[in-house]
Design a protein around this ligand. Sequence first.
Ligand SMILES: NC(=[NH2+])NCCC[C@H](N)C(=O)O
Length: 483
Amino acid sequence: MSGQNENFKVNVTSEIGRLRKLLIHSPDSGIGKVVPSKAQDWLFEDIVHLDTIRKDEYDYYLKLLMYFLDPDKIKGKLAAIDSEAANRGFYKPNHPNFHNSANVIEVQNLLADILKDEYIRKKLTAAVCAIEGCTYKLQLKLSSTEPKELAEIFISGTMADDTMIFAPIPNLIFTRDVGTTINNFVLLNKPAKKARVRETMLMRYIFFNHSFFEAYRGNVLEIPDPTQHFLRPGDEPEFRTTLEGGDVMMVAPNHVLIGVSERTSEEGANEAIKLLFENNVVEKVTVVKIPAKRDYMHLDTVFTQVKRDTWVILHSIAHSPVYDANEPIHFLKEPEKLETTTALQFHKNNPGQPKVFEHVEALLDDISRNDLGSKTPTQVIYSGGNVFPYDSREQWTDSCNLLAIKEGIVLGYDRNDKTVEAFKAKGFNVAKVKDFIADLESGKIDPETVTDTLILMPSAELSRARGGFHCMSLPLLRDDLVY
Ligand SMILES: NC(=[NH2+])NCCC[C@H](N)C(=O)O
């Protein structure tokens, strides 16, 4: 894939413009190595069945992306691609028949590309071995391993003979979290969780060394730690700057949202805002503070955008506290226990005087109407139709974490029944991905003309990894919205 850097463009100005290029990572064998005792440390809620997550779930995601982003590789060829004789070669990064799309880009292959350079291979091997505590002998062995094999080892933690040498990084399927494209800049993450450290390092090497990103090297932003962090006593994470991509949303060309959450610290948001303003990347950054808890780990777990005038959100995050401000409980509970969510908007020219939004829904309405020029009333679809307990059950299985492949065409899990009903009530078509793909292949559906559809993706295994399709995508290029 190296050498294809002419015309390689990085530019994302919204959450919903037609998707043209993205980074993904298909479930690798490391996911099949998650053991119950480590599942929580590795940020999975359960162990998953590798074969099912690939063949019956993720492969459909890949196919769908191909029809929209690289149709020549799939249209008219589906039967052959999925034949038994093909043995899923199209889906396996190291297989000779791998799709090798330059639009639906597999991280593992970018990693293999940069590892062809001996200097980079040695440096990155030393870095991986340092964080994983490998022996020097193993480091030497890895340095002379063939690039494609080495890329697989770095990701899965497993040698070709199936020996595990360090932990896998099973969360790499959630490419969203490793960085965010903001206009033609990339803001790299600074992970809060140890389980996500190696992924970030691999991505850092890719963005700074792969020929695809050559023209953008000066536009890769990294978040430093402030001096207070190094000088603090003990091991407390105080002052640590953390920021994960799921907390960063590129909602309009001049406007980014940053969630302060379980994963992104106030300090992380602070450094990110300074970087974005100093580099003239955007004019406005709105910080949305959400309760720091596992269920809401990132901002994109509580809302995502569907169309310029439509959002899907968890009601308790959308609005001010459910308690009546006149009830005694309002005064008795700590503000964070009331699940309040605040939104503070900082402007480049006047960062000292942030604008306060009463609640998140007011912010989303402002984005739709004022940033995106929507002339229609802003529509909000609530997780689980805003009916307890379906609202929180379905949020937990990513009802609010949708990926728009173009405005109004969104991918979500097939298990969130009440949310699906809420989409239907707002006039959306709902299609099972298998049927949708059959219609794309037969030509009954045309990616250019299809409108307002929630595509339901199989989710039994994927949802145990605790993320949806928004998390499983790192958009690099989207068409600008036409106003
Ligand atoms: N953008 C997201 N919401 N990503 C979800 C990440 C899920 C992953 N298991 C984690 O806990 O880190």
